[in-house]
Design a protein around this ligand. Sequence first.
Ligand code: AMP
Ligand code: MN
Ligand code: MN
Length: 327
Amino acid sequence: MTMNASFEQIGGIFSQYDSFVILSHVRPDGDAIGSQIALGFALMAIGKKVRLINEDGVPENLAFMLGSDRVETPPDEPLEVEVAIALDTASKVRLGERALNAASKAKVWLNIDHHISNPGYGDVNRIDGTSPATGQILYQLIKALNLPLTPESRDAIYVAVSTDTGSFQYPGTTAETYDMASDLIRQGLDLGRINRLIYDSYPFRRVELMRALLNTLECHNDHRVAHWDLTMATREALALKPEDSEGLIDIIRAIDTVVVAVFFEELPDGKIRVSMRSKDTRFNASKVCGTFGGGGHALAAGIRMPGPIEDAKVRVLAAIDAELQTF
Ligand code: AMP
Ligand code: MN
Ligand code: MN
């Protein structure tokens, strides 16, 4: 097992093998789908056989992405591929059961990610916690190996990095991120168009969801903690899609007094999805989520835990209060 593979080592795998399945996490975000497209089209451009598989397919909000029609939900039978590549996925189970079955014949597993909690479940791993998005690691990889930057890869890298950095705002954003963005623009990226498609094209029901969430908003601990929740009843009443709640936590994260923002969501399978954001480096959200089997980054992390939602709230909010006590 290689923990911190060089781009050259990864390039060696690309040269040695011919067929690849590229995977990313369930409930994919812009960095997940963007990373799959970015690397997928680079490998296709050098003549490799590539399948892009995601457990949940492409969400409606990312269907505008060039090349997203190549991302498929898993077939029933395992694919005849030599290499499986997991992108932007903190743990192997987050790839999803059907996607794992589709990739089960792969001889070599490559794992490229920026989650500090990633244990390195590949045969060859590159986990770079200093990168604000997996898309930025793939940009560096494409440049280092001199792989073609197709229009699909170019746009996908932008979507991946923009969505994971809160539009190039979060502290993980580096000078290199901006250098990369300016290079993508020089390579023909249509900035106004792509930002409109990412940020100004929401369905009306997302605003209705915002209204419903605001009605559940609660703050405690001197307004240092803010949380809201989404029940199955609201999900059904508004006919929500899973991606409709993406990014809404930033509204309560932006409250001036707030150090920790939490979003509790009832899922159709009875589990509770918890999203957590921290604005203080002393509060490590990944560590707190880790005590419940979740993970992520220091300032943005999540959990999938057993319900009911009331119990999940009590347990997680108590853990947050305990951690806040320490500073
Ligand atoms: P989210 O709140 O879903 O936007 O997730 C924030 C960050 O935490 C993302 O980078 C996720 O990949 C990560 N994350 C979310 N849920 C989990 C989980 N159950 N296990 C590990 N990492 C997670
Ligand atoms: Mn992601
Ligand atoms: Mn990411």
